[in-house]
Ligand binder design. Structure first.
Ligand code: CTP
Ligand code: CA
Length: 237
């Protein structure tokens, strides 16, 4: 493109992005969620639309970020609803970016059907929970089984270091386990939830580093989209 011309390298590409944090119902008035603001996923949607992509954005939970115009937006609450929406859309998208923070556990059976009551003055509450579907893993498995599907599947990994391994080592393990084409790792010790800035290391499915980006969530979004665009156009043309 000419200097100063907007990058349109995703023109005609269909990009599915999930953002936000799921809400898992405990009962009709209460839920379990997480600290995801949805900012990085929404920044990806803005950046992808600016680069010419046809964007479908699935928002989990209560994302309050301003959304781009001219894209398809769907709102869901739970991990199960998010899984249903992603699977409905996966076959007709070239890239899927799982930026949503998906709850790993949900109250068994979708929660209680009626509001839980305090039965005695001091009785506590024990919740029965079950694991949710690993949507990212399903995307990879479905593509393997079908021999078709999105060309590029992208996951995120927010990690901390611990006594066993550094945050980056945990992310490399996760990249290999998940089998996604790209995994965007961020060290949660370095950036607070809801922050306008982010820093990521992009790993491929074997855990090798492809790129690093830090700056605003828009800067990081563009770096991720550049890696996606490269995978969508292997010739580099
Ligand atoms: N993810 C998903 N479905 C889930 C959980 C996570 O699709 N039920 C996706 C997230 O959107 C993210 C990636 O998987 O893109 C990694 O999420 P993360 O929570 O880091 O991985 P987990 O496999 O859940 O491992 P951990 O035990 O570290 O939470
Ligand atoms: Ca998890």
């Amino acid at each position: 493109a000419a200097a100063g011309a907007p990058l349109r390298d995703l023109a005609g590409r269909r990009v599915l992005i999930t953002a936000g944090g799921t809400h898992e119902a405990i009962d009709p008035v209460r839920f379990i969620s997480n600290h995801s603001s949805g900012k990085q996923g929404v920044a990806l949607a803005h950046a992808a639309a600016a680069r010419g992509a046809d964007v479908t954005l699935i928002l989990a939970g209560a994302v309050t970020e301003p959304l781009p115009t001219g894209i398809a937006v769907e709102r869901v609450d739970s991990a199960a609803e998010l899984a249903e929406a992603v699977h409905r859309h996966e076959a007709d998208h070239d890239a899927v970016v799982m930026a949503a923070a998906v709850s790993d556990f949900a109250p068994t059976g979708g929660g209680a059907g009626s509001k839980l009551k305090k039965t005695s003055p001091k009785a506590g509450l024990t919740l029965q929970m079950e694991q949710t579907e690993d949507i990212l893993r399903s995307l990879v498995t479905n593509r393997e089984r079908a021999g078709s599907g999105p060309t590029v599947i992208v996951g995120f990994a927010a990690e901390t270091g611990d006594e066993h391994a550094t945050a980056l080592d945990h992310a490399r393990d996760k990249a290999r386990r998940k089998g996604a084409d790209l995994l965007a790792f961020n060290n949660v010790a370095e950036h607070a939830f809801g922050s306008a800035d982010n820093a990521v290391v992009l790993l491929d499915g074997s855990g090798s580093e492809i790129d690093r980006a830090d700056g605003t969530k828009t800067d990081v979004a563009h770096a991720i989209l550049t890696a996606i665009a490269r995978l969508l156009t292997p010739s580099g043309g």
